[in-house]
Structure formats: structure tokens, C-alpha cells
Design a protein around this ligand. Structure first.
Ligand code: FES
Length: 113
């Protein structure tokens, strides 16, 4: 599985693939937009590398939420995949043709970068 490492971040998010950067491309849709990740990426890794960190909003404050732990503990990465809500993006391998949306259980107020 490819890992995403933070290599910087002052003033913004910066990620890179730890390995397998030349793995075959995998096409998927996020919010209806055709995107490309790599074989071995999780959904969260592919979206972070595509500069799409906001996957849902907080239940309480409605503030934008992004993947945090990347190991399945925090549920900040919950998305809708092929019509199924609550899928943990950090644990779910990217597959060809997946249709991924921000979690519809909370409205998204704003996108941050
Ligand atoms: S990022 Fe924490 S559960 Fe996915």
C-alpha cells in the first residue's frame, strides 16, 4: 500500500508518495470529477495527493474535516463510495471507476486547501 508522507505544510498541505510512484494509474470520480490515483493508493491518499483534503464536515460545528490519523481510528475521512456512506477513506483501497463523494450526512460549508 502506498503511504502519504507530509513533507512540508507551512501555509498549505504538501504530500508525496512514499513509494510505488510509478504504479499503474487508477481512474476514479470525486464529486463527479474524473481523477487519477495509483494502484496501491487508499482513497484518502489519492484525494490528499489530488489536493482534495476536505471529505466531510463536523457534526457539531460544521467545520471542514480532513483525514487525520490515516490508520482507521478517527473517522475524519468518512466518505460515500458507490452510494455507501461512512466508508473510511484511509483504509479503503482505490479501485478503478469508484464514484466517491464527500459524506452526505453533513453539509459541506467550505473547501479549504
Ligand atoms: S483518517 Fe482517521 S479513520 Fe481515516
Amino acid at each position: 500500500m502506498n503511504l502519504v508522507h507530509v513533507i512540508g505544510g507551512r501555509g498549505g498541505l504538501m504530500f508525496t508518495r512514499a513509494k510505488i510512484a510509478d504504479a499503474p494509474a487508477v481512474s476514479f470520480y470525486f464529486e463527479g470529477e474524473l481523477m487519477s490515483g495509483r494502484e496501491g493508493d487508499t482513497i484518502a491518499a489519492a484525494l490528499l495527493l489530488a489536493d482534495e483534503p476536505v471529505l466531510r464536515n463536523s457534526f457539531v460545528s460544521h467545520s471542514p474535516r480532513a483525514p487525520f490519523c490515516m490508520i482507521g481510528n478517527c473517522f475524519e475521512c468518512a466518505v460515500e463510495v458507490d452510494g455507501i456512506d461512512g466508508v473510511q477513506a484511509c483504509l479503503t483501497p482505490l479501485r478503478e471507476g469508484m464514484r466517491i463523494n464527500r459524506s452526505p450526512t453533513q453539509p459541506i460549508k467550505a473547501k479549504t486547501a
